[in-house]
Design a protein around this ligand. Structure first.
Ligand code: G3P
Ligand code: MG
Length: 238
């Protein structure tokens, strides 16, 4: 069970508040998205555009870090979170260390910055993540970013993301030497999961917010689910 962007029904997604809440909810793993500002700083943010989850407008990739840092990424969610900043990757990693959270870092590159985003994010993670801590899982929908992760940090486990799994999953998984695939649960079924596991890969399903669906996926042997409601899911599976 992985808290998807933290605990995003209880706190604004991809903020430190959301990761703290996930830990309080009992999650031991969180997923987050890392993207670059116009001047190349790694920050935790999901969308291309700032509008939905901050008081900014337009593309994150066009805004320098100093301006991103002035944004409020909490008020859109609720007044209790007013002033919550867009976290830097360094801040998020420090917090995970403090809370003892394991993490899945999803590289979310702007078009054309697939290599750079992976390089910057992995350099920071390599620098700050203690060797004694459990290894993080590095994922991306971008095969270029996953290939870059393989090149710059070969010892860290990798995951290739799909919406609907494509026919070439086996070749892609072998080439990128991933340990698992992440896929939209809406397109997953027992046969697809079994085929990927029989080929030696783990299977993770996103984003599962219905307990009955989570139980079906579990009965099909899925290795992990990403959920927006970690507290409810943990309760349901206790
Ligand atoms: O890694 C699972 C999930 O986070 C992938 O989709 O769009 O929520 O980043 P998205
Ligand atoms: Mg993600």
């Amino acid at each position: 069970m992985i808290g998807h962007r933290g605990s995003p029904r209880a706190a604004p997604e991809n903020t430190l508040a959301s990761f703290r809440r996930a830990a309080r909810d009992g999650a031991t793993w969180v997923e987050f998205d890392v993207s670059l500002t116009s001047d190349g700083r790694a920050v935790i943010f999901h969308d291309d555009d700032l509008d939905r989850t901050s008081d900014g407008t337009g593309p994150l990739a066009m805004m320098p870090f100093d301006a991103v840092r002035d944004l409020d990424a909490g008020s859109w969610f609720g007044p209790a979170f007013a002033g919550e900043p867009v976290p830097t990757l360094e801040e998020a990693l420090d917090l995970f260390g403090e809370l003892g959270l394991s993490f899945n870092m999803e590289i979310k590159p702007d078009r054309g910055r697939e290599v750079e985003t992976a390089e910057v994010a992995l350099a920071i993670a390599r620098e700050s993540w203690p060797a004694s801590a459990p290894l993080p899982l590095i994922s991306s929908f971008s095969r270029i970013s996953v290939a870059t992760a393989k090149e710059v940090q070969p010892g860290w486990p990798r995951d290739l993301l799909f919406d609907r799994v494509t026919d070439d999953w086996k070749e892609a998984g072998a080439k990128l030497e991933v340990i698992s695939f992440g896929a939209n649960h809406k397109h997953l079924d027992a046969a697809q999961i079994a085929a990927m596991q029989d080929a030696g890969f783990g299977v993770m399903a996103y984003t599962v917010n219905d307990v009955e669906r989570a139980k079906d996926l579990k009965s099909w042997g899925v290795d992990a689910i990403f959920t927006d409601i970690p507290a409810d899911m943990l309760r349901a599976f206790q």
